[in-house]
Design a protein around this ligand. Structure first.
Ligand SMILES: Nc1ncnc2c1ncn2[C@@H]1O[C@H](COP(=O)(O)OP(=O)(O)O)[C@@H](O)[C@H]1O
Ligand SMILES: Cc1ncc(COP(=O)(O)O)c(N)n1
Ligand SMILES: [Mg+2]
Length: 511
């Protein structure tokens, strides 16, 4: 291996990240244009570089102003990106002048890329002109023949075809065939604006076959930027190496999913709002839930539910959680080894509501999928469950992750993997885990001393021995986790309260 500029990687050991370059206009409202392209590519997991052709002053009402970037500066941006970065696919959006279109075509001949996706943006959905009719001839003569796919909406297809009327799916097919004659390898005529259609129908034509791509029409005001996002997503899939038909199908499914997720989003006062490409935005009431940063003192009285014990005592998981919270539990973990996934999700959601009402965090044992699906506060994983580092990438930075550890090495790994706390045990023998090696008070102390993370002790702990556990006097031992001592008893609330009193009398509470 050769040393190169401080890096020890040789060229062939560098892994290539799929890369889309978008050449488009900026939308200050960030629903369409460059901003939509960046979000769509991020959501589709490819890198996106940006050459800006125009600035628009734009919001959910419409376009209030446009300022074109000088042609030679568009050329300079194109050269900067294309001469250095390995671009796979160029995607074009708003190209506001003949000069800019010509500059682009010339630069692409100089720096050829794997594929060119052309979204022939002309008029925004609000009816504002983004590229006037003067560019039509350059589009037709120079740009379209270079394109691997063009993605006109109904109005744009009509403009490219001399004002041809497009009102039905059959009209869209005819338009696709005529546009294909102009040189692009594929044509996708988008039917988002097709009147009286309960489906969103697009027609793809590759010169041999027609594909009628249908998805349910989502009833939403938040469809600003669908065209830009669709084209960027097609570019993203092509950059990953997918053939065109698969790329278009995946891109369409992505737009449909994002529109459905974003139905309730309330941004701006105009007729067309933006949608959420990353499927992450929440309404105010959802965002207000808990989501305070992890507080290690929450580990004080850590109640872990057990489905078999609940069954034995004839109580629901929800009643068990309620009783533990009423008795003073400071954090809850749902450990449902036997439950059906659908039932588990339903109970987890109900428990989450109760926990949040009382400001108590709720973690899910092992099942990262269930934690994500019900937006729990985090997960607790064992040594043979999903590694904490993988759980962290799935759950994001704000969720709580705990890891069961018996040794200093495991505690160090949990820290490296981005966990928030460790559970150490079994401290004493227990009947909730068969063949579980106990670490004893000495083992607990050794792990506490080595751990950079807060620790909760677990395994056979109850009212009679909780004090002894706490008296090992490690400043990062923040509490005890209990299963049988709370849930294998007649009255969960009374047992929790008793344990709470013992813990308050110990020195854990004071450190
Ligand atoms: N309400 C909707 N529900 C589902 N898909 C839609 C909806 N509106 C548009 N689409 C899809 O979004 C993509 C963009 O289409 P369209 O809105 O026609 O383009 P543009 O934004 O360029 O006008 C197409 O795949 C279309 O089928
Ligand atoms: C900068 C810019 N580029 C493209 C569009 C088209 O998007 P839409 O058709 O959804 O209005 C836009 N409104 N603004
Ligand atoms: Mg649209």
């Amino acid at each position: 291996m050769q040393e190169k500029g401080g890096s020890t990687l040789s060229d062939d050991s560098r892994t290539k990240t799929p890369h889309v370059l978008t050449v488009a206009g900026s939308d200050s409202g960030a629903g369409a244009g460059i901003q939509a392209d960046l979000k769509a590519c991020a959501a589709r997991r490819v890198y996106c570089s940006t050459v800006i052709t125009a600035l628009t002053a734009q919001n959910t009402v419409g376009v209030q102003g446009v300022s074109n970037v000088p042609e030679d500066f568009v050329a300079q941006q194109l050269k900067s990106v294309l001469s250095d970065m390995q671009v796979d696919v160029v995607k074009t959006g708003m190209l506001p002048s003949v000069g800019i279109v010509k500059t682009l075509c010339k630069t692409l001949r100089e720096f050829p890329v794997h594929a060119l996706v052309v979204d022939p943006v002309m008029v925004s959905t609000s009816g504002d002109v983004l590229a006037g009719p003067s560019i039509l001839s350059t589009f037709l003569e120079e740009l379209l023949p270079m394109a691997d796919i063009i993605t006109p909406n109904l109005k744009e297809a009509s403009a490219l075809l001399n004002g041809m009327q497009l009102e039905t799916v059959d009209d869209m097919r005819s338009a696709a065939r005529l546009l294909h004659n102009m040189g692009p390898k594929n044509v996708l005529v988008k039917g988002g604006d097709l009147p009286d259609s309960s489906d969103a129908v697009d027609i793809l034509y590759n010169g041999h076959n027609f594909y009628e791509l249908r998805s349910p029409r989502i009833r939403t005001r938040n469809s600003h930027g669908t065209g830009c996002s669709l084209a960027s997503s097609i570019a993203a899939e092509v950059a990953k190496g997918y053939p065109m038909l698969s790329a278009v199908k995946v891109a369409k499914r992505f737009v449909e999913t994002a529109l459905d997720y974003s139905k309730e989003i309330d941004i701006g006062n105009g007729p067309q709002g933006p949608f959420d490409h990353l499927l992450r935005l929440k309404s105010h009431s959802q965002a207000c839930h808990r989501q305070q940063p992890f507080d290690p003192s929450d580990l004080f009285l850590y109640a872990v539910t057990d489905s078999r014990m609940n069954k034995r005592w004839g109580r629901s998981i929800i009643d068990a959680v309620k009783a533990a919270i009423d008795g003073g539990a400071t954090i809850i973990q749902l450990r449902e080894k036997d439950a059906e996934t659908k039932d588990f999700m339903e109970s987890a959601k109900a428990c989450l509501r109760i926990c949040h009402l009382h400001g108590v965090p709720l973690l899910i044992n092992d099942r990262v999928d269930v934690a994500i699906a019900c937006d729990a506060d985090g997960v607790h994983v064992g040594q043979s469950d999903m590694p904490a580092r993988v759980a962290r990438t799935l759950l994001g930075p704000e969720k709580i992750i705990g890891v069961s550890c018996k040794t200093p090495e495991q505690a160090e790994q949990a820290w490296v993997d981005g966990a928030d706390y460790i559970g150490c045990g079994g401290v004493y023998p227990t009947n909730t885990k068969e063949n579980n090696i106990t670490v004893g008070l000495n083992g607990l102390k050794t792990v506490c001393m080595a751990s950079k993370l807060p620790v909760v002790a677990i395994g056979g702990i109850g009212v009679s021995n909780a004090r002894a556990v706490m008296e090992i006097c490690a400043s990062n031992l923040k509490g005890v986790a209990v299963v049988s001592a709370l849930f294998d008893r007649e009255c969960v609330q009374t047992e929790t309260r008793k344990l709470h009193e013992v813990l308050l009398g110990s020195n854990i509470g004071s450190t």
